[in-house]
Design a binder for this molecule. Structure first.
Ligand code: ZN
Ligand code: ZN
Ligand code: ZN
Ligand code: ZN
Length: 329
């Protein structure tokens, strides 16, 4: 816990030291080393035990949590910008800050190695627990490994036995870790017989468990049955008749709809035909009307011309008549 808090603190501090500008993502000696030495200072190893009365009720975890609190605010304190951690806890915070964290943690990990951090954490534990020995043993170095289980130190470091978990803890606290470990396989709450890592149980129950509730695949045809996922096939087999009726009913419904539709189409076609016929008639009528008009125009023109010709003829006749009379005289 302390080792991880140290890594988090230093990573956050470098992020803050650079400001929120994630483009300026460089991790340099000049940036990290002063911060690292500040961090080792605030661990204050040698001065962390408040255990003046050395009583039996003394809880070394209380002092360890104080160190952890100092580590939590380290990033803000070290770059002199209080309140920024608050900003990070805000759900609207710039996603880039979160995105920069794993990468930065990785980079910082090379400055503050997996060897250094647990060693410092161990020193801290010994520091606060130097009177009661509740978290570590009283020998100078906790390397009291003995091949004989009975003699071996209860505080010896053991790795978590479950696949995927990288935690290490005192053998004494293995049961406590067992209760919390997210990688411990636990039995499915549906009693399907499977053991699933604690952190994946909800996914198993929701999507994978053969005993999870599953709707019949023909629910859209009206089957309301909900069965266990493993029983879907047998549900389909056992209810073949019922499902057949559901499908047949649905087909009949579709047929009625189709009939209605084709009736409607026929009606529309007939209407369309009628309209087409009417249109043709009108066109023909219109054409003959136009032709008649043209003929009438021609007749008009012709009679005009006839009238003028008549006029001309009359004038000519008159002339001829006058000439003839004159001639007789
Ligand atoms: Zn020991
Ligand atoms: Zn574990
Ligand atoms: Zn299950
Ligand atoms: Zn069904």
């Amino acid at each position: 816990m302390l080792s991880n808090a140290m890594l988090d603190a230093l990573s956050l501090a470098t992020l803050y030291a650079n400001g929120n500008n994630t483009k300026n993502n460089e991790v340099t000696d000049a940036l990290v080393l002063p911060l690292k030495s500040k961090l080792v200072d605030i661990l204050d190893i040698g001065n962390n035990s408040d255990n003046v009365d050395q009583s039996e009720e003394y809880d070394p975890m209380a002092d360890i949590n104080k160190v952890k609190d100092r580590l939590t605010s380290f990033a803000e304190d070290s770059v002199g910008q209080p309140g920024m951690l608050q900003h990070l806890l805000n759900p609207d915070v710039d996603y880039n800050i979160y995105a920069a964290m794993p990468r930065r943690k990785e980079l910082i990990g090379t400055y503050f190695t997996q060897k250094e951090r647990p060693n410092l954490a161990r020193l801290l534990v010994k520091d606060v627990d130097r009177y009661s020995y509740k978290l570590h043993c009283s020998t100078d170095s906790c390397s009291c490994n003995d091949d004989n289980e009975e003699n071996a130190c209860v505080f010896r470091l053991v790795p978590c036995p479950y696949e995927g978990c990288e935690d290490r803890f005192s053998w004494k606290y293995r049961e406590q870790h067992d209760i919390d470990c997210q990688y411990k396989p636990v039995p499915c709450p549906n009693d399907c017989g499977m053991d699933i890592p604690r952190r994946d149980v909800h996914i198993h129950v929701r999507d994978r468990c053969r005993l999870r509730a599953a709707a019949c695949p023909l629910s859209s045809f009206g089957c309301t049955s909900v069965v266990q996922a493993q029983d879907v096939t047998s549900h389909l087999n056992e209810n073949a008749d019922k499902h057949f009726m559901l499908i047949a009913n649905r087909m009949a419904e579709y047929q009625t709809v189709m009939k209605d539709q084709s009736n409607r189409i026929r009606m529309l076609e007939e209407k369309n035909e009628k309209l087409e016929r009417e249109l043709k008639q009108k066109t023909v009528q219109l054409q003959s009307k136009n032709e008649a008009k043209a003929v009438a125009n021609d007749v008009k023109k012709l009679s005009k011309r006839l009238a003028s010709l008549e006029g001309t003829c009359k004038t000519q006749f008159k002339k001829i008549e006058v000439d003839r009379r004159n001639h007789k005289k």
